[in-house]
Design a protein around this ligand. Structure first.
Ligand SMILES: [Zn+2]
Length: 113
């Protein structure tokens, strides 16, 4: 058996990210000027992941991910995390990744468009 192939245009309905909001201040994170990828806007933001590493399986479930608009909001989040965890967990881990940050020098050297 072989497939009979025809090229067709198909209209697909799916969930798209059209905007992002800061999990701390609630402000909308504006899209970057970098062209949209797959029709979705690209945002420059801080991804903050918190978790504890105490003994037991619940350390896996303790992972929480937040999106912050600025270093100030990322800071507020980690302060809150430490305050809320005090007395509940022995270990507090915070990872912060600056997502989609294009520093001017990097962009010039690697811009192939
Ligand atoms: Zn914010």
């Amino acid at each position: 058996m072989s497939n009979m192939i025809e090229i067709k245009n198909i209209l697909v309905t799916r969930e798209c990210i059209v905007g992002k909001k800061c999990d701390i201040c609630g402000k909308e994170i504006p899209p970057t000027v970098i062209p949209h990828r797959y029709g979705e806007p690209i945002h420059d933001y801080y991804e903050v992941t918190t978790h504890h590493d105490d003994w037991g399986n619940d350390s896996v479930e303790s992972y929480e991910r937040f999106e912050a608009c600025s270093p100030e909001c990322a800071n507020k989040l980690w302060e809150k995390y430490i305050r809320d965890s005090a007395g509940k967990t022995n270990t507090m881990y915070i990872e912060i990744e600056h997502i989609n940050c294009w520093v001017p020098d990097y962009k010039e050297e690697h811009d192939d468009g």
